[in-house]
Design a protein around this ligand. Structure first.
Ligand code: PLP
Length: 419
């Protein structure tokens, strides 16, 4: 019998954030110490799910009616949980109703369903560059195309509107906006978001607002503005969830909020709901966590943000002091995306893999987020890498000292003197 081959579409799907782990695990098997700064998974470090959320889930699994949680959930998700989300969105100035919310297995499933429902083969979405890889890989799966607009490192990772105008074409269906952003940690101003709304209106696009980090804002003057609140009649699909803000990524709880006051995407919403019925149900029990999370005490977030702020400051200070590395301060989420000077002919992937081999520190190469190496006006070649600053200060200090030592040795080996 001939070998069973996978479908062609799988060949284009890569996910650098996890792909690098395969190499790291091989090192660990050789007995080497490895420091993982590659994945945005708060409970892996010592952040924990708030107790009141866990208690609610324990009660649900134990009580008599909890037996019902073993059944499929409603395809759109638990009604009380959808109600809790709508209520919370209303406190943030949105006109959300329960029917405007559907629950998904993480924001990931919502994003995949929305792309599947909107994009025909050959059509495209506008994605940020650098950008979280899920959108690109999902488009590849459905034979859609990714068109990129640039985020500008020199301007606090804000949006380069000229590149947005260049990227849009007759086949563009939607615009993906991620704020706070992964991998840059950038946060968009209200002004920027309003410009994006006007752009979407002009080109007849649906806005995808990825707001999975909407409570992890680290600096005064960088508030989160829900895009739907500023969108007027422009349709918006907003993606949220419990993974990051409530430290529950493994529970796989997410949602979509459909904002469509003028009824412009009624058929698209119906199509998303149709796809949701076809996959029967999201994970049922953990949907109860939404009620505890959104209606419960939020004071744990103050401690979480304070820790992230401290670790962010350490990150900028230590990485920024390494000759050849620059680090634009992130203002939200828990990622930094430093630039690193690279000698001619060396890729960001080679730098990151050599760092792993020499020092056992795992970061993700910028090209995994679509950001390839480029020369600046002075002829200096820059690559990038993403670090996750969820680990505690001791671990981060150790990792950054290793990056400093490695980078110096790497340049020496290549006969390169950083500017
Ligand atoms: N969107 C962004 C920008 C992310 O960074 C992530 C996870 O890292 C997700 C979506 C996926 O979130 P979830 O765990 O809810 O599927």
């Amino acid at each position: 019998m001939a070998a069973i081959l996978p479908a062609e579409r799988t060949k284009t799907i890569t996910y650098a954030i996890r792909d690098i782990v395969v190499k790291a695990q091989a090192l660990e098997r050789e007995g080497r110490k490895v420091i993982y700064l590659n994945i945005g998974d708060p409970p892996v470090y010592d952040f924990d799910t708030p107790q009141h959320i866990k208690e609610r889930l324990k009660r649900k699994i134990d009580d008599v009616s909890g037996r019902k949680s073993a059944a499929y959930a409603d395809s759109m998700g638990l009604h009380e949980a959808r109600e809790a989300i709508a209520k919370r969105l209303r406190t943030r100035g949105l006109a959300a109703e329960t029917d405007d919310i559907v629950l998904t297995a993480g924001a990931t499933e919502g994003i995949m369903l929305a792309v599947a429902a909107l994009v025909n083969p050959g059509e495209n979405l506008l994605l940020p560059l650098p950008g979280y890889p899920l959108y690109r890989s999902t488009l590849a799966l459905y034979h859609g195309a990714a068109k990129h607009y640039r985020l500008d490192e020199a301007h606090d990772w804000q949006i380069d509107f000229d590149s947005l105008e260049e990227a849009v074409d007759a086949k563009t269906r939607g615009l993906v906006v991620i704020s706070p952003n992964n991998p840059t940690g950038g946060v968009y101003t209200e002004e920027t978001l309003k410009r994006l709304v006007a752009f979407a209106e002009r080109h007849g696009l649906v806005l995808f607002a990825d707001e999975i980090y909407d409570q992890l804002l680290l600096d005064d003057g960088y508030a989160h503005h829900p895009l739907a609140r500023l969108a007027g009649d422009v349709p918006v699909l907003s993606f949220g969830g419990l993974s990051k803000n409530y430290v529950m990524p493994g529970y796989r709880v997410g949602w979509i909020h459909f904002h469509d006051p003028a009824g412009r995407m009624t058929k698209l919403v119906a199509a998303v709901k149709q796809l949701m019925r076809a996959r029967l149900s999201g994970p049922h029990l953990q949907q109860h966590a939404i009620i505890a999370a959104l209606e419960g005490d939020h004071s744990f977030l103050d401690g979480m943000r304070a820790r992230l702020r401290e670790q962010r400051d350490l990150t900028i200070r230590m990485l920024g002091a390494i000759p050849g590395i620059r680090c634009t301060p992130p203002h939200g989420a828990f990622y930094a995306f430093p630039g690193v000077q690279l000698p001619q002919g060396v890729t960001d992937k080679e730098y990151v893999e050599a760092l792993l081999a020499a020092e056992g520190v795992v970061v993700v190469y910028g090209s995994g987020f679509g950001m390839t190496e480029a020369e600046d006006a002075d002829g200096v070649r820059w690559g990038h890498f993403r670090v996750v600053f969820l680990a505690g200060p001791d671990i981060l200090e150790e990792a950054y000292a290793k990056i400093a030592r490695f980078t110096k040795a790497f340049y020496r080996r290549h006969g390169y003197v950083p500017r």
